[in-house]
Design a protein. Structure first.
Ligand SMILES: [Zn+2]
Length: 351
């Protein structure tokens, strides 16, 4: 068995950290813009792709974030969010993803009159259709945004409460980390915790371990988005490890946002060696011009991962999902069986 992209694409995987508004097909952006009469910087596929994907020219974080103005401009109608959710799930299915948690912030989709609830209803329709067409299972994570306002986060948390067990599996806090601490959004998290809702927070991506400490201890985070800078606090790292708090690692994204300067600087291999519950994710497929298989290959090449490492990371993904525990046990057992019976993973295979 050779550890190459073909194999990685065939292996069953979970994708836990993927932003809907950063993961569209370029063709779809052009098509939606033409239908809804929306201006784009270019209607040429290659040109637009070049402008939206980071590629070789990594700019400032502002330039990274400004790309979302373009994607969000075509995601303001029920039809557009349904279609983009469906297509994302289809793209995931095509690279062996069995379970997808897709996140987005409904407040960023109301400029043409769609309500936040309508947006959730239609993302759900898109994901359900994909499940019946391709079998891929999924859940929605609603994002509060650090740099908008705590009041808006509270509204979004309330929306997560309304849709608990009805398509929404968790609540996140995304957006600019520096100068916008999670504790300002405490009321939103009080509501989330009072209602026993799963939470994951972007933390330790652009700001240090204090941000991760706050996410866990002030906001009750069950998972951490990125956690790149966790290595700077060994005591907190031990706590995260002891409590099996999963880290949603997004390698290429960390380079593109300048969270780290090179893959060699990334603590991922240390985390894996310390048995932290690391998972591999894409973050923004379009902006980072990546897929989950690409992210796995990035890790394999940069850190010389073995098949056993890949097995661990895959199982970590399903273990860390917000699937209810009783169901999750069955899912994990089936994935382990499949890895062993279909792919021979019970033996240590040397590549
Ligand atoms: Zn993210």
């Amino acid at each position: 068995m050779i550890l190459n992209k073909e194999l990685i694409k065939r292996l069953p995987k979970a994708e836990l950290h993927c932003h809907l508004d950063g993961s569209l097909r370029v063709e779809t952006i052009i098509d939606l813009a033409q239908k809804d009469k929306i201006e784009l910087p270019s209607f040429n596929l290659e040109n637009l792709k070049k402008q939206l994907s980071i590629g070789e020219n990594i700019g400032t974080l502002e330039e990274y974030i400004s790309r979302f103005d373009i994607t969000l401009s075509v995601m303001q109608t029920p039809e557009s969010v349904e279609r983009t959710a469906y297509e994302l799930a289809e793209d995931c299915h095509n690279e062996g993803i069995r379970y997808l948690e897709v996140r987005y912030s409904p407040i960023l989709h109301i400029s043409a009159g769609m309500t936040m609830s309508e947006s959730v209803d239609n993302v759900k329709i898109g994901l359900k259709k994909a499940q019946s067409d391709f079998g891929i299972k999924s859940g929605i994570i609603i994002c509060g945004i650090r740099h908008i306002s705590p009041e808006v986060s509270l509204k979004l948390a309330d929306l997560a409460v309304q849709y608990k067990n009805k398509g929404v599996v968790g609540f996140d806090l995304a957006g600019a980390e520096e100068n916008f601490p999670a504790k300002h959004h405490r009321e939103a998290f009080e509501l989330i915790l009072k209602n026993n809702i799963n939470t994951t927070l972007h933390a330790g991506e652009a700001y240090g371990p204090d941000s991760i400490h706050q996410a866990i201890h002030s906001c009750g985070a069950h998972r951490i988005g990125h956690g790149t800078r966790l290595k700077e606090n060994s005591d907190l790292l031990k706590y995260v490890n002891d409590h099996r708090i999963p880290l949603e690692i997004c390698l290429n994204s960390n380079i593109h946002t300048k969270s780290i300067s090179s893959l060699k600087q990334h603590p991922f291999p240390e985390y894996l060696k310390s048995h932290l519950r690391v998972t591999i994710n894409t973050d923004n497929r379009l902006i980072s011009n990546t897929t989950l298989a690409d992210e796995y290959m990035t890790a394999i090449k940069a850190y010389d991962l073995t098949l056993q490492d890949i097995r661990t990371i895959i199982i970590n993904g399903f273990k860390s999902s917000f699937i209810p525990h009783q169901k999750r046990r069955i899912v994990i057992k089936n994935i382990v069986d499949e890895l062993e019976n279909e792919f021979g993973f019970e033996q240590r295979v040397i590549v």
